[in-house]
Design a protein around this ligand. Structure first.
Ligand SMILES: Cc1cc2nc3c(=O)[nH]c(=O)nc-3n(C[C@H](O)[C@H](O)[C@H](O)COP(=O)(O)OP(=O)(O)OC[C@H]3O[C@@H](n4cnc5c(N)ncnc54)[C@H](O)[C@@H]3O)c2cc1C
Length: 358
């Protein structure tokens, strides 16, 4: 059986940056993912400008800049097809950058591999013993001194270790499709609100756009019908689907199993901050884990990780709570918007808080 210092389950942003930091620090790291890379993922492809600090800190800025992308220079909000707000991000504010998730995630896992992490694709984690650090997978058993669960919102690691909260019924379903970019689509992030839910559309290169959507399944299960209210000529697409969208935060770990990224906590997709939270928690966990590995004692390292993790989310909690409150039952905000114009000052403030940095 192969033994590692750290096994990381999930080679998306949270898992790959954690693997990168730990491997650079000289630890033996296995990065496991059930998928073959590159792989697509339900996402709006928008990388919040707060990520620039992270690329700088990891020395990855030049490599990130070289990925095919679309710079997004503004935010436009529509309610039932009617434009109600538009804002351009002017210096010193900078908007998000859109990068296809298959390219972004594949790049990050290659950076982790380049730093010395062992990447095990097409390997599904099926069981975990949090006392011994034994990980069972579709390709055999592995063991580690510490396991990081970076396996997303339906985290198997959280389930296997009893960290996942009891399931709550979530009627909201996420959908995603890549489409040929409509000719009249500019370089803004466009958010469209409807009584049934919302969708965002943006270019992620000169030819393609991504549509990511959250629908209330009790009202409709037909993402194409909703998009065609705005883009009537859009052809039939193949849609990826994902749920739950809203989930209570998990307990973020035990001494030898820690959760990072969406596995620990999900944020409202509308805010486009999930990737930066995943990156930040991956780095935080890896740096804290280095202390635990050096002392061969994970108790105080885990407490530190748990404290800093709470602090990280607390700073943005009000934005997410507000968005979730407004969007979980989008019918009433949309009815409200039908009658009154939103305050440009308020929407501009929120849009800068969520999508831009200065
Ligand atoms: C509709 C929608 C739109 C969004 N748009 C944006 C956006 O524009 N910008 C943004 O920043 N965020 C967005 N998000 C959120 C963002 O996608 C997530 O926050 C982010 O992907 C979390 O990254 P992660 O590394 O935690 O895990 P994930 O990206 O969820 O990846 C988990 C990985 O674990 C692997 N895995 C899962 N189970 C196992 C297992 N048992 N064994 C082995 N491997 C396993 C999976 O294959 C996957 O590679 C959106 C989310 C939704 C639903």
């Amino acid at each position: 059986m192969s033994t590692y210092d750290v096994i990381i389950v999930g080679a998306a942003p949270a898992g790959s940056v954690a693997a990168l930091v730990l491997a650079r620090a000289g630890h033996r790291v296995a990065l496991i993912d059930r998928a073959a890379f590159p792989r697509v993922k339900v996402c709006g492809n928008c990388i919040n400008p707060a990520a620039w600090q992270i690329w700088n800190r990891l020395g990855l800025r030049a490599a990130f800049e070289s990925l095919p992308h679309q710079e997004l220079t503004g935010f436009t909000l529509h309610s039932e097809g009617r434009q109600i707000f538009e804002q351009t991000f002017r210096p010193p504010h900078r908007g998000p950058r859109a990068v296809a998730r298959d390219l972004l995630d594949d790049w990050l896992r290659r950076e982790a591999q380049g730093a010395g992490a062992k990447f095990l694709p097409e390997t599904t984690v099926t069981g975990l013993d949090s006392q011994t650090g034994m990980v069972q997978t579709s390709r055999g058993d592995f063991s580690a001194r510490l396991v990081l669960g970076a396996d997303g919102r339906n985290s198997q690691v959280a389930r296997q270790t009893g960290l996942m909260p009891p399931p709550r019924r979530c009627h909201r379903i996420a959908w995603q499709a890549s489409v040929p970019a409509p000719t009249d689509l500019d370089d803004h992030v466009h958010m469209h609100l409807f009584e049934e839910g919302y969708f965002g559309i943006c270019r992620y290169n000169s030819a393609e756009a991504v549509i990511s959507m959250v629908l209330d399944s009790r009202r409709t299960q037909d993402p194409l019908a909703l998009v065609r209210r705005v883009f009537p000529r859009l052809e039939e697409q193949s849609w990826l689907r994902m749920n739950p969208i809203t989930r209570a935060p998990a307990r973020i770990g035990t001494n030898r199993v820690w959760l990072i990224g969406d596995a620990a906590r999900v944020v409202e997709p509308f805010t486009g901050e999930g990737i930066t939270f995943a990156l930040s928690t991956g780095i935080l966990a890896a740096e804290t884990a280095c202390e635990g590995l050096a002392r061969n004692n994970f108790v105080s390292a885990f407490n530190l990780y748990a404290r800093e993790h709470r602090r990280l989310y607390r700073r943005r909690a009000w934005v997410n709570t507000l968005m979730r409150w407004a969007l979980t039952t989008p019918a009433w905000p949309v009815r409200l918007l039908r009658r009154m114009k939103p305050s440009p000052v308020l929407v501009s403030f929120l849009s800068h808080r969520v999508h831009a940095t200065g």
